[in-house]
Design a binder for this molecule. Structure first.
Ligand SMILES: [Zn+2]
Length: 319
């Protein structure tokens, strides 16, 4: 651990202590810490931790997606748990610094390891683990692969305590969760980023959590259906929300503009791939050309883009 890091942790603790003495000041030090206990209160009682634009590594310990928590008068709900138990414990520390209300719900917006592998850090709270009705099957069929690849990328230390925690409650269409003086509306979505995307609306502040249906800065990753995702973006753009929280990107953004770059990226891939298929070109041709006009617009483009094109090609060649 570097000297800088120790200083920033110390500053965080000092600021957290100062806050506990002044309960009316509910802003957490978003700047002082570089770990997952760094959160920003984007609306009253709505806290977001912003992950890094990186692949999993021993250094970032799986802290590469956004995670959030919403505090009601009776209970707390966590929305996504980051990519390891080690960083999820830091997120839990941030919750405990903000409120002593029980953590009754841990919601996963979808199956991906960077959003779910911190779940075990909350087992002691005995919450309902909530997800899309297709999440249990999605996790079960990928469990071995997720654990193996995560262990390889994070290394032993950051992998400690990780397990696949299955949902104890699933959402077929819409479910309302009561936190005390505020409700969360959970809505299962059709196949788009994955086949188990769930969105969450905090009614009190009209904050909409889109999970990985919204990527900003970080290149979108396609693990569901490009046609489905583009269709869903049209629907999501018509929703009214005071702010949206992306799965990867800044703490909060505005609709409908927040979805523009992602829509452009996915449309470009779809258009290019359809044209190449019509011209009789192969998957290999597509992975060398399709969507490359987007290359300078995104971080991690080289890590994910070719996989996105492959997924789009195998979907669109049958249409
Ligand atoms: Zn994802």
């Amino acid at each position: 651990m570097s000297e800088d890091r120790r200083i920033s942790r110390y500053e965080f603790l000092r600021a957290a202590l100062a806050l506990s003495a002044a309960p009316l000041l509910r802003f957490m030090p978003a700047r002082a810490a570089d770990d997952a206990s760094s959160v920003m209160e984007i609306a009253p009682g709505v806290f977001v931790h912003q992950g890094r634009y990186e692949m999993q590594s021993p250094e970032n310990r799986g802290d590469m997606a956004n995670a959030a928590f919403v505090v009601g008068s009776e209970a707390v709900a966590v929305i996504d748990t980051l990519g390891s138990v080690v960083v999820a414990r830091e997120l839990r520390d941030a919750i405990r610094a903000a409120t002593d209300k029980p953590i009754r719900y841990v919601i996963n917006t979808h199956m991906h390891p960077d959003h779910t592998l911190g779940n075990a850090a909350f087992k002691e709270d005995k919450p309902d683990f909530v997800g899309h009705y297709k999440l249990p099957r999605a996790l079960a069929t990928r469990a071995d692969r997720y654990l193996e690849s995560t262990k390889r990328m994070l290394g032993e230390a950051a992998f400690a305590g990780i397990e696949i925690v299955m949902p104890t409650r699933t959402v077929q269409e819409g479910v309302i969760i009561e936190l005390g003086r505020r409700d969360l509306l959970l809505e299962a979505q059709p196949t788009a980023h994955t086949d188990n995307d769930l969105i969450v609306t905090d009614g009190a502040t009209k904050t909409l959590f889109l999970g990985d249906l919204l990527f900003s800065v970080h290149v979108p990753t396609l693990d569901g259906s490009i046609t489905g995702w583009l269709g869903l973006i049209d629907t999501l753009k018509t929703r009214e929300a005071a702010r949206v929280v992306p799965g990867h990107g800044p703490h909060a953004m505005r609709l409908p503009a927040a979805l523009d770059p992602e829509q452009r990226y996915l449309s470009t891939i779809a258009m290019d791939v359809k044209r190449l298929i019509a011209e009789g070109k192969t998957l290999e041709d597509a992975t060398e050309t399709a969507g490359f006009s987007e290359r300078n617009s995104w971080k991690l483009f080289d890590d994910y883009h070719v996989r996105n094109v492959s997924a789009a090609f195998s979907e669109l060649e049958w249409q």
